[in-house]
Structure formats: C-alpha cells, structure tokens
Design a protein around this ligand. Structure first.
Ligand code: SF4
Length: 480
C-alpha cells in the first residue's frame, strides 16, 4: 500500500487525485474544530499571554537548538536509549531498516507520525519486505485508500463515512456498515491482532524534553501507547525542531496544542517515554531508539524570516480556518503536510524550485496567523517565500522565467511612478484593435498570453478612474 501522492506533486497533477467529496467533508470537519477551539479559548482569559509564552519558548529553543539537542542526546543515552542522527530522509529510512533487520522484524505497528510521512518510511519498509501497519484510525483508513494524509491531525478528513465503509468492505472482505461507531469497532478488532503480532513499534513524537531525554506522544486513541508497550522494540522518528527545554515548557504546549487542534482541554492520552523500561513489570519497550531527523531543518534555521516555521507544534488550527484549504482540501498542497503550514514548510524543505506554487496558494487574509498558538507570522513568511521564488536568494535561484520578471519589473515601476502609470493608462487603449475579438482581448504576446490562453481580458477602454466613475454612477442610478 504505497502513498501515491508522494513526492510533491504540482497543481497540474492534483486533479487526478482529488475525490469529489472533499469540499463538503473538509468544511464540515474544520467548522466543527473551529467552533471547539473558540469555546476552549474563551474559557482561558490568559490565552494571549499563553500564546506569547509558547512563541517565546520556541524562539529561544530555535536560537539554542544545538545546546538542547546535545543535552537531549546525553539524557536519552543516560536513560538507556539509543540516539541516531539522520541528515536526510533516506538516511533516516536506512537507520530504521537496519534496526528492523538487526531484530528480524517482519511486522511493525505505527503510531501517527508526520515525520515518517515526510521520509516515506512505509514505502521503504514495504520494499524491504516488512509490513508496516498504521494504527491511528485516520492513518489506517488512508493506508487502506493508498493515499497520504489530507490534514495534519485528521488525515482522512476528506472521506465520508460511506467512503470509509466501502474501503473497509473492499480491503477486509466484510460488509462494513456506514456507521462511525461500528467502523471504529472493526478497526479496533483488526488492529488488536496486529499489536500482538508486531515485533517493532514506530512512532513520531510531539515533543522531546531535553531536561530528561523524554519523548512525548499525544494521541486521542491510545494507539501510541499500544505501539510503545506491546512490541519489545520501539523506534521514534522525530524532527530536531521538536526539542523543548524542560517540563515546565511542556505544560504550556500541552495547553496550547489540545485547545488549538481539537478544541479539547487536554488530549486523551499523553505518554512519556524516557528510555527503555528498566524492570520487568514496568510498561514500555525493552529497547528504545530515537532517530533525530534533520532533512533540511538546519538549512531552514539559516533563514532569519523563514525559520519561524520551525516553531510549529502541528496543531492544524491554521488549516481549519484557511478559506483556501477548506475549499481545495489537503491533497492540493501536493506534499505530506498541507494547509498554511504546508505552504510555508514544503517550499523551504523541498526547495522553492520544487514547490514554487505553494506560497501563492493563499489569499493572505491572515486568519492562520490569528489562530496559530505559537504566533508564527504565516502571511509574512508567505510573502518572503514569494520574493524568494521571484528573485532567488542564497538558497535557490529564481524560478520565474525572465520575461515574467521583466514584466513584473515594469509593472512595479509603473505602479511606483504616478506619471508612468497615467501615461500607460492612456497608451494601453491603442493596442485594443490589434488583439480585440468581439468584446474581448485574446492572443496577447508572451508573457501576457499565459493569461489570455486561459481566459480573455476585457479591452482597455478607459483609465481606471473614468471606468470607476461610469460604473459607480450606474450603480447609484440602479439603487435610487
Ligand atoms: S503553523 Fe501554527 S496553527 Fe499551523 S499547525 Fe503550526 S502551530 Fe498550528
């Protein structure tokens, strides 16, 4: 069962992947989350202070990441765990495969993890003959569907209960009813056997506490706990940006995360793993490995504007309020992480030449920044990335064709100098006869033909002020 939307796909290919039910299913779910978040936030008068503290802690951590990561490694090893550093996605997969090979693993159960989506671990495990079973209900569903997640915290948000029932019937050989409780029961029973059977558990991590070397996993289904206690071997793949200094910081983030993500005061299960279990009878794996994933994060840290993306605690609140995400769904973003956070993370992680459309897939309305629990200035980073796409920088050359850059340069001169603008407004109507077909302009020369081959332009008949005066006079007449 491979994820067929990876790696990044552009908008052209998007339409091949989009199920027709996406807008309705996504809008219903995100509206519910937005309402829940607003109710929980209203209960906390100090919410804004909490956001500021969360943002400050993340800022401090980014500025001192080397110190916290070194401390984390030391503490995990003191607790009896093993720490591996992975510079790239391929290296992270190689490390996990080697651990699996050393322990003769045939089946691995997985807790929900965006980091393993990022490195496409399932595909690597399957290629090595190891069954990788997703155990979060949403992840299990999309694994059956053979796609990637369409939302950070609710990966199967785009599917209706009827579509999920059809998937269960097709893959499990049963007649599954379109009843959410019944579908959850079927998944629970199917997965229980897998938990008992698996030799290895795999998870991501919501936070890594440097003070004690503790991995924190936050779930609502308890499957993370099953993955880390049933098999004797546990491997956590976690981005280096997940490190936080201490337990006091965690209390801030747990309050911010659950309220922002699902509108809960606290998620149902918050699990702490500090190394392997130390005595028989204790819960936890016998052997614990932590794979610290860089995969471009160190590079992102070098960008003083873009680096704020690494403050993200993956709550998904920005996607829930985004007018674009709600209408196009997560697959339109073309990579493992969707919504406004995906629009600022993917171009930085994959490179602007690969994901150059994403910074433009936004209305810049700012709703995402208003709800972000760690105050990431998403619209500012979007504008910054647009500039990087257009002009290039030390990370990547410009990906804008030269004629478009030249046109944009002239447009910016015209808009900055009033007399140039006025002169242009008088000259433009002169070109009308050359390109006019009926009441429209079409077939304009390159690069304007990039627009006119898709839709015609209205002719330039008057300056904007004249056009506006005529139009507003008509409107006033019609409302009298
Ligand atoms: S950018 Fe902010 S709102 Fe969006 S997922 Fe990250 S923390 Fe949540």
């Amino acid at each position: 069962m491979s994820h067929d939307i990876h790696p990044y796909i552009g908008f052209e290919e998007y339409s091949e992947h989009v199920p027709q039910s996406i807008p309705l299913a996504v809008q219903q779910a995100t509206t519910r989350f937005v309402g829940g978040r607003a109710a929980r936030v209203a209960e906390l008068p100090q919410w804004e202070q909490l956001r500021q503290i969360g943002s400050d802690i993340r800022q401090h951590t980014l500025e001192n990441m080397d110190v916290h990561l070194t401390r984390l490694e030391e503490k995990v090893e003191q607790a009896g765990g093993h720490v591996h550093w992975a510079k790239t996605a391929e290296e992270a997969c190689r490390i996990v495969l080697q651990i699996a090979k050393d322990h003769n693993v045939r089946t691995a159960v997985k807790s929900k993890s965006m980091a393993t989506e990022e490195i496409e671990l399932n595909g690597a495990l399957e290629a090595a003959g190891i069954r990788a079973i997703e155990t979060d209900l949403g992840e299990y569903i999309i694994q059956l569907a053979g796609t990637g997640p369409s939302h950070i915290i609710v990966p199967a948000v785009h599917l209706t209960k009827e579509e999920i029932a059809a998937l269960f019937s097709q893959h499990l050989g049963i007649d599954a009813p379109a009843d959410p409780i019944e579908l959850a029961r079927i998944a629970r029973e199917t997965l229980r056997a897998e938990f008992l059977n698996a030799e290895m558990g795999i998870s991501g991590g919501n936070f890594l506490i440097a003070e004690t070397g503790t991995l924190v996993i936050v779930t609502n289904e308890g499957n993370g706990r099953m993955c880390s206690t049933m098999p004797d071997l546990h491997v956590a793949v976690v981005g280096i940006d997940k490190v936080i200094p201490d337990w006091e910081s965690l209390t801030v983030f747990l309050k911010l995360l659950a309220r922002s993500a699902t509108g809960q005061k606290l998620s149902t299960y918050t699990q702490f793993i500090t190394g392997p279990r130390r005595a028989e009878g204790e819960f936890g794996p016998k052997e614990f490995h932590l794979v610290l994933l860089d995969n471009g994060r160190s590079n992102i840290l070098r960008d003083p504007v873009g680096r704020d993306v690494l403050k993200c605690i993956r709550c998904g609140a920005c996607a829930n309020v985004c007018p674009v995400y709600k209408n196009v769904g997560g697959f339109a973003y073309g990579s493992f992480i969707s919504g406004p956070i995906g629009a600022i993370l993917s171009p930085q992680m994959l490179g602007t030449p690969t994901a150059r459309e994403l910074p433009y897939a936004s209305t810049l309305c700012g709703a995402c920044a208003d709800v972000c629990p760690v105050k990431i200035p998403i619209p500012t980073i979007l504008r910054h990335l647009r500039r990087r796409v257009a002009q290039g920088d030390e990370f990547a050359a410009s990906t804008m064709p030269i004629p478009i850059r030249v046109t944009a340069m002239f447009a910016s001169i015209a808009l900055a100098w009033n007399w140039v603008y006025r002169l242009g407004a008088r000259l433009l109507p002169i070109i009308n006869p050359f390109f006019r077909k009926n009441d429209w302009l079409s077939g304009l020369p390159y690069p304007l033909n990039r627009w006119t081959k898709v839709r015609p332009l209205p002719p330039f008949t008057a300056t904007f002020r004249k056009w506006w005066n005529v139009r507003s006079a008509k409107w006033k007449d019609s409302t009298r």
